[in-house]
Design a binder for this molecule. Structure first.
Ligand SMILES: [Fe+2]
Ligand SMILES: [Fe+2]
Length: 192
């Protein structure tokens, strides 16, 4: 099979009907791809992996199934083991080593992309003008986006060897161009 973004989108949307979950996939994709670009890695491979990391969550909503029972489905669809292994490694409960840059990056982008997205949703200007310091302040409020595991956000930045501020700024920058798709105010156009 030829690994393409279109193919991954097709797989994702066949198994995932929820708009919120599709948006989560898009956000993690944008962040992970931005790091692929930064590190000079394969943007398609990294983007496909991110797009698919929770593809089975709707049909496997519990941790005794997600994401491990999704793996045979991906294998059946012909995705390479590199993608499948990275998808499996995002799950804390499986305890798999994050021994490649792709695995580290996916893990680092998963929770933080969701959190930054949530920050954008409560601001009238969305992601415009969203500073790392206000994201960090919200991270310290346990009731805000309570489902986001803070320890995984901090661990992710460490895995990438980045200061949390820098990682947050990178994710905000990555999400801005797809703000409209995420249900956030679209970024102002040049000259508008
Ligand atoms: Fe997941
Ligand atoms: Fe996720």
């Amino acid at each position: 099979m030829e690994l393409t973004r279109d193919h991954a989108w097709d797989t994702l949307t066949r198994y995932t009907k929820s708009e919120a979950l599709r948006r989560h996939a898009l956000a993690v994709e944008a962040s992970t791809r931005s790091y692929a670009r930064r590190f000079g890695e394969d943007e398609v491979l990294w983007g496909v992996t991110a797009l698919l990391h929770d593809f089975d969550y709707e049909i496997h909503p519990t941790l005794d199934q997600h994401p491990q029972d999704g793996a045979p489905i991906l294998r059946g669809e012909g995705y390479p083991e590199e993608v499948i292994e990275a998808v499996l490694s995002h799950a804390e409960h499986l305890g798999l080593p994050r021994d490649t840059q792709l695995k580290k990056t996916l893990f680092a982008c998963d929770e933080l992309s969701g959190f930054v997205h949530a920050c954008g949703l409560v601001r009238p200007t969305g992601l415009e003008g969203l500073e790392p310091k206000s994201v960090k302040k919200k991270l310290k409020q346990p009731s805000f986006a309570a489902g986001v595991h803070r320890d995984e956000v901090y661990e992710g930045a460490e895995l990438l060897g980045l200061e949390l501020d820098e990682h947050i700024a990178n994710v905000v920058t990555a999400l801005r161009p797809i703000a409209g798709e995420l249900g956030l105010p679209a970024p102002p156009r040049d000259g508008a």
